[in-house]
Design a protein around this ligand. Structure first.
Ligand SMILES: [Ca+2]
Ligand SMILES: [Ca+2]
Length: 219
């Protein structure tokens, strides 16, 4: 009987040991499963397919605008910030209204940047323009533009700097043609998107817009 008891205790001990081992293996599996996604660097989980980032020098007071046309003629710009599958984050107007609220204090945000995200791809040509909306000095203004295709991994389609030379100056920075997953014919043949928006604009046919500001004029 004593031996039976001892055997029983021994069984209970091995059960405990086995359970602990299973527990450890399970925790190890969970830990490994949690670590694994982090280990896959270089991939970005996002539904943005193309990201266009335009920047000009921090703290500069000039107002620059980005315009992007998609293959079917939609044009995203500050007066039409959501069109087709494209979205403009905001109209950065240089230093105007560029303040951050930190602990109740207004701090000037030096960043000058506009970003367009494209959330679905279409075959055909995309056009990226920058426009010098307000120049505050006679000096040329360097503007940097980066166009990236995001999935399945980040590919830079275009990265470069252009100079804008005064109010109203418009430059086609990059044009590229998307054919399925291929990027073709990256060039900068000039094409005015300002003209196209003032012609059709969000007001539609017959709608008038102020030629200088692009604002829709009430009829
Ligand atoms: Ca702007
Ligand atoms: Ca700004």
């Amino acid at each position: 009987m004593f031996d039976e008891l001892r055997d029983g205790e021994f069984d209970a001990f091995t059960d405990l040991l086995f359970n602990a081992l299973v527990g450890f293996a399970f925790m190890f599996f969970i830990a490994f499963a949690m670590i694994n996604p982090v280990a896959e660097t270089g991939k970005i989980d996002t539904d943005v397919e193309i990201l266009i980032t335009m920047r000009w020098p921090d703290g500069h007071e000039d107002d620059v605008d980005v315009y992007v046309e998609d293959p079917v003629g939609n044009i995203v710009w500050y007066n039409d910030r959501e069109t087709g599958l494209m979205h403009l984050d905001r109209d950065d107007r240089g230093q105007f209204k560029d303040v951050l609220l930190i602990n109740g204090e207004e701090i000037e945000n030096p960043l000058n940047q506009e970003t367009v995200s494209v959330r679905g791809l279409m075959n055909g040509e995309y056009v990226v323009n920058v426009v010098h909306f307000i120049a505050t000095s006679v000096d040329p203004l360097p503007v940097t533009v980066k166009v990236e295709k995001m999935n399945p991994s980040v590919r830079v389609i275009y990265y470069g700097e252009v100079e804008l030379t005064g109010t109203g100056d418009e430059v086609t920075v990059a044009r590229f043609t998307l054919q399925d997953d291929e990027i073709r014919d990256v060039n900068n043949r000039q094409k005015s998107l300002v003209e196209a928006t003032r012609r059709t604009g969000p007001a539609g046919p017959g709608g008038d817009q102020d030629a200088a500001t692009g604002e829709v004029v009430a009829q």
